[in-house]
Design a binder for this molecule. Sequence first.
Ligand code: SF4
Ligand code: SF4
Length: 179
Amino acid sequence: MVLITGYVKMNGTEINIKKTGFLKEYFGTIFTSLSSLLTGMKLTGYYFIHPNKIITEQYPDNRATLKMAERFRGEVTLPHNENNEHRCNGCQSCEIACPNGSIKIVTKHEISEDGKKKKRIDTWVYHLEMCTFCNLCIEACPSKAIVMGKKFEHSVYDKSQLVKILNKPGSKVMKEAEE
Ligand code: SF4
Ligand code: SF4
């Protein structure tokens, strides 16, 4: 055990002080720091000689090749097919399921070919600025009309731009998804 002694003067009286273990602690700290540095350098060295194992994404330089994970939740979307048709029949289950009022389904009534009155969506309003990406609306949709999109770059200067209309102009519901 290392023993360090010294004297200090208090009110004209010399007091003997003893510090034990100081050098042990000092060199212990140096050893721990060097060991931690070597651990980091070992990992750096490994990736230096195995560049194909590097998984760090060079965002935003990799935008063209960026592939998000299947489970990634970027925004709620209402897919349309090539005939400008979607699967939403205006049942409003998603609106009811949303815990924070991020969805507003405005409906209207149309007369179908067989003369029956049918509920249809007029405007599918999505408040992206309030959405917490909880996925409850998508799970609640009985006709699988909405899905999570992968887009995540949503920064805007004016938050009103985050209020989106998901149904495209002139679009209509697919025959098989009609209520
Ligand atoms: S993901 Fe959640 S918060 Fe966002 S619209 Fe759907 S239910 Fe609402
Ligand atoms: S998206 Fe689904 S749950 Fe929401 S109104 Fe349309 S059909 Fe109903």
